[in-house]
Design a binder for this molecule. Structure first.
Ligand SMILES: *Cc1c(COP(=O)(O)O)cnc(C)c1O
Length: 385
């Protein structure tokens, strides 16, 4: 309850996202401070986690690069003030217009996911008389303990070039005169809290670099993607992830060549804890075996619980009565439209405000208009009157 200016939020039309801008700035400062301990580390913010224009512009103003996965994100990033020469662009299905947009903007690097894509980028760059800088996105085949929908670095995932195809792709590169190989790119998944997964990635990257050295290839940069998780269970105890530990793992375990830089693409860890979805209680329904709190936000506003069985801490920010047990559900006509089962909330009544915590990443950006609903608005802690 203490974390929210409930009185100021009461008059606003629900549901909406509420962003704690102080926490965002603090988090960004820690990311900066911890990454700048190492002179060759560069952080790109993964725009897909949250592309709210204000959030983007604050991150851009702090000097971070951007990691984009679509032409639309490249446009949004540039509009928010990210420098094109700090934009990396990944994605298994880049359309021609998106590649052309990247070429015209002069982005830092295309993270290329297949031989077929490499040929098309070469062709489109040739048509413009340009040289495209590319990193090969390699599927590192590192297993990660996270929900299977958000693992990306396994052989059966659609992302990246499989290790057994790497030699073939490397053979192609000298023949493609409008491509310059500048890096290797990896991304093993998301919401990773076990540092052993990142150590596993480092070990694999070291192996792959040895293979490249044997072919006399030393790339300018290694990009290890993102994936650092946040504490969904205790947003108040751990509002800022352990970036110190995270960067130290790579410093310790990754063997870089002299002059090689190391790039990161962090999404969730930079914005996850600063956002909450605020929703109003419509009804408290007493069932025969359990009680339901029916709120005015649904999976259309925050889809993570329905999509990944994700947990968000739920708090009643209007009540300090004794706690009771409820299922908290939305109004959408889908059984998966449930935010939490058997959650302990302060005794809840109609019109109470409920906060779904840790919703700053993959929240607002994933909202839809299913059931002809309106998209949720966003409010910022420093702009409330
Ligand atoms: C989604 C994604 C990220 C960001 O992941 P987080 O878990 O939010 O840090 C980084 N790189 C790539 C290629 C991605 O697809």
């Amino acid at each position: 309850m203490k974390d929210f200016p409930t009185n100021k939020l009461k008059g606003l039309t629900t549901p909406f996202y509420f962003y704690n801008i102080d926490l965002l700035r603090e988090t960004l400062n820690v990311v900066k401070q911890e990454s700048e301990k190492y002179e060759n580390f560069y952080v790109h913010y993964a725009v897909k986690a949250n592309a709210n224009p204000r959030i983007l512009s604050i991150i851009a103003a702090n000097g971070f690069g951007a990691d984009c996965v679509s032409g639309g994100e490249i446009k949004a990033a540039i509009k928010a003030g990210f420098s094109p020469d700090k934009i990396v662009y990944a994605g298994v299905g880049k359309a021609d217009w998106e590649i052309n947009l990247g070429l015209d903007a002069g982005i830092f690097c295309f993270n290329v996911e297949s031989a077929a894509e490499l040929e098309i980028i070469n062709e489109l760059a040739a048509a413009k008389g340009k040289i495209a800088s590319v990193a090969l996105r390699i599927n590192p085949e590192v297993k990660v303990d996270t929900h299977h929908y958000i693992t990306t670095g396994l052989k059966e995932n659609k992302f990246g070039i499989n290790l057994d195809k790497l030699d073939d792709v490397l053979d192609m590169i000298p023949k493609l005169s409008n491509i310059k190989l500048v890096g290797l790119h990896f991304h093993i998944g998301s919401q990773i809290l076990d540092m052993a997964s990142f150590v596993g990635l480092c070990v694999r990257v070291n192996d792959i670099q040895q293979k490249l050295y044997a072919r006399r290839i030393i790339v300018d940069h290694i990009n290890v993607g993102g994936g650092l998780g946040i504490d969904y269970s205790h947003p108040e105890k751990q509002p800022i992830p352990d970036f110190e530990d995270y960067f130290a793992v790579f410093d310790k375990h990754l063997q870089l060549s002299p002059n090689q830089s190391l790039h990161f693409e962090l999404g969730r860890s930079m914005v996850g804890q600063c956002g909450s979805l605020i929703t109003k209680v419509l009804y408290v329904k007493e069932g025969s075996v359990k009680n339901f709190v029916i709120v005015d936000a649904g999976m259309t506003d925050l889809i993570r619980p329905a999509l990944y069985e994700a947990y968000h801490k739920i708090e009643n920010i209007s009540s300090d009565l004794a706690e009771e047990k409820y299922d908290v559900v939305g109004p959408i006509c889908e059984s998966s439209d449930c935010f939490g089962k058997e959650q302990y909330l302060n005794k809840t009544q109609r019109n109470d405000l409920i906060a779904l915590r840790s919703a700053g990443a993959y929240g607002e950006i994933m909202a839809s208009q299913y059931n002809c609903r309106q998209l949720p608005k966003a409010y910022f802690s420093d702009e409330l009157i």
